[in-house]
Design a protein around this ligand. Sequence first.
Ligand SMILES: O=C[C@H](O)[C@H](O)[C@H](O)COP(=O)(O)O
Length: 216
Amino acid sequence: MSESKRLAGEQAIEFVEDGMVVGVGTGSTVAYFIDALARIRDRIAGVVSSSEQSTARLRGHGIEVLDLNAAGPLPLYVDGADECDPQRRLIKGGGAALTREKIIAQASERFVCIIDPAKQVDVLGRFPLPVEVIPMARSLVAREILAASGGQPVWREGVVTDNGNWVLDVHGLRIADPVALEGALNQIPGVVCVGLFARRPADVVIVGGQPPRVLR
Ligand SMILES: O=C[C@H](O)[C@H](O)[C@H](O)COP(=O)(O)O
């Protein structure tokens, strides 16, 4: 499986152009992208990072990490996903980095998603949907999610996001209308971010393999 992730991560380098500031996601697939990016670090203007984990790996390679407010709109964002449907809509947040990932995806002109083949599904929801919540609202949000979706929220106990918040994983969903569910869950007070990327799906998906498949 990690060989597929490596192939997807390395293929994404094809989308990096000279002088770019590149948005960088989080996770084991992105780690391969970061390692490949290190080999061309002198050709890029820097990166914006979606997590402390990715920032550490990027800095370890001597890649300059910029602040999104200073960098402005980005030409390219490369990130992994936990599930991907045929419309390139995603579930993300298995590594609890969903909020910063969604911010950078929104700030980017082109979102290239890198996955191994096991992440492809016809209907999103087999992977429990992560939702980042303000800690004091955890129980309220869990009740509201159950009422709104029928899914079973489970607190990812012990995990604190880079933003100081907690994560609920919503089990048992079969998401027929991802855009509607993303909007509905976003309305619940105490929800910081929903790990559904349906309103801003990926523009390109690279499925790791020999050769990698590029879906647009
Ligand atoms: O919060 C984590 C991210 O959304 C990751 O991109 C996602 O969990 C996929 O991670 P991996 O590449 O390790 O399977």
